[in-house]
Ligand binder design. Structure first.
Ligand code: PTJ
Length: 260
């Protein structure tokens, strides 16, 4: 039991959720490693949602509300960390939910679908025979998708995604929205919209923005989307990290001077 007063309470709680997700068969061991990489970038970013992430969230919300066939893709880490928020997001935008795994197994597909249903999801695609369509040019189990979901989608929300699949989805003509704490990852640089933030902070915020945006006209949503640039977002994230590190380094140097 982690005391809520612990200075790293939030981060430790996320680890607990992932370990519990691993024990329940949702998360793969590689998912624990992937989370560690995310944590390292979160440290560099400052463990708070930055303005560049808020702008990406606004654009993501606009793209999802404008979509004709939006799909929210769920992997093991997402199911362990934010199941309630992915279900809420799919409901708010009228999107299908699809289990889409890098390390696919029938047991994991079913465990993840059950975790989503426990939070009120009615239908979860991508389980068993439903994942019968193929993403072209990708090998093995990683390319399986639902013919009623990702295959048909115009906009796909694929948080914590692998670079090859992001590129393949782009080549299929889909608008790809991701969440990735690493601004240098291939996914971050290939997606149309990259929310560079921890999924545990970004998802609740995205649901709130979608609720607010629902009263906007399609023209207003289009202008939010047209004003967005993913290259600019990634540049801002890298500038932010550089500046933060330089500021920390100079305050340490100042301390050293004072101490003689
Ligand atoms: O459940 P599966 O089988 O689909 O596998 C899921 C993982 C995450 C293991 C798989 O998709 C994978 O290997 O992903 P990658 O290629 O390691 O990419 C995951 C990206 O997510 C990395 O760039 C991490 O920095 C980032 N990341 C990890 N945790 C978080 C995160 N980004 C935002 N929030 C996080 N909590």
């Amino acid at each position: 039991m982690i005391p809520p007063t612990h200075p790293r309470y939030r981060s430790l709680l996320e680890r607990e959720k992932l370990v519990e997700g691993f024990e329940r068969g949702l998360v793969v061991p590689q998912g624990l490693i992937a989370h560690g990489r995310g944590e390292a970038f979160d440290y560099l970013i400052g463990e708070e949602t930055q303005d560049f992430a808020v702008r990406a969230i606004e654009a993501a919300s606009a793209a999802l509300l404008l979509a004709e066939r939006p799909v929210v893709s769920v992997n093991g880490n997402v199911a362990a960390l934010v199941p309630e928020h992915v279900v809420a997001l799919s409901r708010e935008i009228g999107a299908k939910l699809e289990v889409n795994l890098f390390y696919r197994s029938r047991e994991r597909e079913e465990a993840i679908a059950a975790a989503l249903r426990a939070w009120g999801a009615d239908e979860v695609l991508g389980v068993g025979e439903d994942a019968s369509a193929r993403i072209p040019e990708l090998q093995s189990e990683r390319r399986r998708v639902s013919p009623r979901g990702i295959l048909l989608a115009d906009v796909v929300f694929v948080p914590l995604e692998d670079g090859d699949r992001t590129e393949a989805l782009r080549r299929m003509g889909k608008t790809v929205i991701t969440v990735d704490l690493n601004p240098l990852s291939r996914t971050a640089r290939t997606a149309n919209i990259t929310i560079i933030d921890n999924i545990t902070r970004a998802l609740p915020l995205l649901v709130d923005v979608v609720k607010r945006h629902k009263s906007l006209s399609r023209d207003s949503l289009r202008s939010i989307l047209e004003g967005y640039s993913n290259e600019r977002t990634i540049g801002e994230a890298l500038d932010h990290i550089c500046k933060r590190l330089r500021d920390i380094a100079s305050s340490l140097r100042a301390l050293n001077t004072c101490g003689g």
